[in-house]
Design a binder for this molecule. Sequence first.
Ligand code: C2O
Ligand code: CU
Ligand code: CU
Length: 544
Amino acid sequence: MSANPRRKFLIAAAATAGAAGIAGALLWHRRSRDERAAQVELPPVRDPEFPNALRLPGSEGMYGVLDAAGAFTMVAKPVRHALVPGTPAQMLAYEIEHQGRTLLNPVLRVRTGTQLRIKFWNALEETSIIHWHGFKVDSNNDGHPHYAVAAGATYDYSFTVTNRAATYWYHPHPHHLTGKQVYLGLAGLFIVEDDEEIALQKALDLQLGETDIPLVLQDRRFDDSGQLVFAPTADENSQGHLGKEMLVNLTPRPHMLAATRVYRFRVLNGSNARMFRLAFRSGERLLDYHVIGTDGGLLERPYPVKEAFLAPSERLDILLDLRDARPGDSVTLASLPFDPMHHEDGAAPSGNAGGEHAHHGAPGESPYTPDGAEIELMRIHVRRQTVYDKAIPKTLSRPERAASVQTKPRIITLDRSRGVWRINGASYDMKATPIVVKRGDTEVWEIRNADHSMPHPMHIHGFQFRVLAREGSPEQVHGLALDERGLATSDLGWKDTVLSWPGETVRIVTDFSHPFLGDQVYMVHCHNLEHEDGGMMLNLKVAT
Ligand code: C2O
Ligand code: CU
Ligand code: CU
């Protein structure tokens, strides 16, 4: 092994994409199981830029799938795991032992209506608690930081999953430690299914881990021995901790092999602070892809787009149609350059896509990839011609309509004072409940982000909401608006997180109905995890 093993995996080789492996002859063979399926399959690819096979959820190990039901124990613990291939390193993970299988950060899959009893065992050296992001549960089961348990202690969850089908996720939520614990590895997906979801899987012949593929996007820094590095400076605590390398499903520089058919990607931005502007590129050309769902599940119909912003904790459910691709083609999942709008110090708008903050230093010396920089996340190599006779459904779901309200909106301001990010002029106080809503009420919230600010992905626990309008959006956002309300495709459907850009006003509507008796305390916070840990968060009481 060379002195610096990570180089050979992480540093881009000079060779151009894909060319190397594709020269091989076409291999023809006929599958006896299906006479019609005359298949073309190319030999495995060598891609020096994306040398690592994308980690796919399987039956065990990291991202193993667990059809969850009944009672089980999840342990948060240090594990040794090679994030950089061949370089085992220390990280944190949730572990479930189930029928002889060991699952790490398992993909939990349930049907709506499933009852769960989950014992959380904190085997870390500090306090922690699990939050089920996007779930409609009572506050005892929400993983509010107030319930964080000490090292070695346990916490018992017991709840029924009532959410619509969607891609949710779980992660730690102890105050001041969320960013660090997520960064060091603690996070996993929670896939909920219902009848509409199963119908979609049938219509498109989707299999989780093969053609229905979660993509967890996270940026990380490694030292030369492949260890994760998390030591935010004061600046990074204020702006958010950015990584240098991009991981997809904890795989650096990943590729996946594909056939000529439709793929579904359930994309989660699991980064602490980085935003993505997602696009699929074939050479210089941007491909259309179909957005079929957002945080809280399927949209009424697929929406074709060429790009979409995805802020930390947001999910985008998409279809990529490779039916017209040919074996040998390749497609790159990229984040297009954008203006990250770091205007917190009152700096003039840079207008410079991918522009870097002055004190970030010269590129090349920087320990991180600047926010808004152009990034190649993953390469998809089409290697197999297949017979695929499915079509993308015209209708996906009949989500309930947002409730309408006549009352005046509640104003939520986002700003910064003396280096501290605030909501409604205050920083987090665990004992205070600055917002009290009445159970069963429907409220419109008007989220006003200051001009001298940064983008804040605002999240509410315990409920899903709808985005009603965006005003004062920067051009790069306004350009994606579907209509005069200013919403982009990624604002449609049920949401638990909404991105709010500097100078913008975003209106959302939430129906605070739920079946839980007694007062419940949830939270509202920015999902930039350094902002959250720094106190850009408040308690929200739902009172009976
Ligand atoms: Cu994923 Cu309190 O959040
Ligand atoms: Cu949450
Ligand atoms: Cu923020």
